[in-house]
Design a binder for this molecule. Structure first.
Ligand SMILES: [Zn+2]
Length: 213
């Protein structure tokens, strides 16, 4: 990742790379956000790039494990990352999400279980979750962040929700959450920075404030 050198000191910790197992839902949401914002991304996927929708799209630079077994690639992603975040709708994770959290604990690595409310898809709801994740990243400071969670068939809408939240978490002053590059001189303007004047993206209408960072 290239945009850390000009990072202001007040900015939260940002990982250098985002990895996942490529599955639909939580995994894929992480890859989508990372790709849009220009983060290095990838991760281990089952042999044959196996996923619920057939095959993890080729646009994602994933590494194939030598088995099509899902748990095997889950363990590889935990090994190759510094911290793991798991998104589900359920308070008590089951299936792959439970397996992931258990394996993270066993590996003595930081893990976060983020429970999302499928009924709350408001901007405020996403911001609240994003702030909680930022606070956690500040403490754990992972260089490689592993993103996991329920698959889309189990938790409909979770892929978009995770992508939306991680776009907020991972945004930098250099880019809008839609990926549009924000020229440096924009932030240099008095008012935008000092008075925290809202900045509208002409491409996606997202509102960004200096205090968002
Ligand atoms: Zn935008």
């Amino acid at each position: 990742m290239s945009f850390r050198p000009d990072m202001p000191c007040r900015m939260s910790w940002l990982p250098q790379m985002v990895i996942s197992g490529g599955q639909t839902g939580g995994d894929r949401g992480g890859l989508i956000a990372a790709a849009i914002l220009g983060y290095e991304h990838g991760g281990w996927v089952p042999k044959g790039r196996l996923a619920e929708d057939g095959r993890v799209p080729d646009c994602y630079p994933m590494t194939e494990a030598d088995t099509s077994d899902y748990p095997a690639r889950t363990k590889l992603n935990i090994e190759c990352s510094d911290a793991t975040i798991v998104f589900t709708y359920e308070d008590e994770p089951t299936g792959g999400s439970k397996l992931t959290l258990t394996a993270v604990l066993k590996a003595h690595k930081p893990g976060m279980h983020m429970v999302l409310d499928p009924k709350d898809r408001t901007k405020e709801g996403s911001q609240k979750v994003a702030r909680a994740i930022r606070a956690w990243l500040d403490v754990k400071q992972p260089k490689v962040l592993n993103v996991a969670g329920s698959r889309e068939s189990k938790a409909p809408g979770i892929q978009d929700a995770v992508a939306e939240i991680l776009l907020l978490v991972l945004q930098t002053p250099a880019s809008c959450i839609c990926g549009k590059v924000i020229p440096e001189d924009v932030w240099e303007r008095t008012g935008v920075k000092e008075k925290d004047t809202p900045l509208w993206c002409s491409k996606c209408q997202h509102v960004t404030r200096w205090s968002d960072f």
